[in-house]
Design a protein around this ligand. Structure first.
Ligand code: FES
Length: 161
């Protein structure tokens, strides 16, 4: 009788333990599914996201100057870092133009060629003028521009929005 009781409680324990482990596995497996559904709502808002590029003193008058910066983006729980490169141009030290270095054709990186006074995209030999307008090649539109602002001699660009 005593032995039978022991067996029963062992059986009960095993049943409870199996149920608990099964439940735990179910919860662990459900977390990514819930994150997938709820994730978009948790995305970090990027509207009005001003990113500091660096000091205005770095920009030579009339010559596009390359700035690089790391930005962080978050989707759900995934945080990713991305380096962005921006050419900044000013003719008078007051008004600034900030251009993406990503070609609007297929996304290669353009670079400023001082001797030619143009941005050059090596992928399909495209050229853009100083202000980012297409002057040669297949790109369908000018280089993307960022809104800029200057605060305490530091340049900022607006991302997202
Ligand atoms: S990607 Fe720049 S010209 Fe094609």
């Amino acid at each position: 009788m005593e032995e039978e009781k022991d067996q029963l409680s062992r059986r009960n324990f095993l049943a409870i333990a199996t149920g608990a482990i099964g439940g735990l596995i179910g919860i662990v497996m459900a977390i990514p599914a819930v994150a997938y559904v709820v994730g978009p709502a948790l995305q970090r808002r990027t509207a009005e996201n001003w990113v500091r590029l660096g000091p205005t003193s770095k920009v030579e008058l009339g010559i596009p100057t390359l700035f690089k910066t790391i930005i962080e983006s978050q989707t759900g729980w995934i945080v990713a870092e991305e380096e962005i490169s921006v050419y900044v141009l000013t003719e008078d030290g007051r008004e600034y133009i900030a251009l993406s270095n990503i070609c609007t054709h297929l996304g290669c990186r353009v670079r400023w060629i001082t001797d030619q006074g143009q941005y050059f995209c090596p992928c399909h030999n495209a050229a853009f003028d100083k202000t980012g307008e297409v002057v040669a090649g297949p790109p369908p539109s000018p280089l993307d521009r960022y809104e800029t602002k200057v605060e305490e001699d530091q340049l900022y660009i607006l991302l997202g929005g």
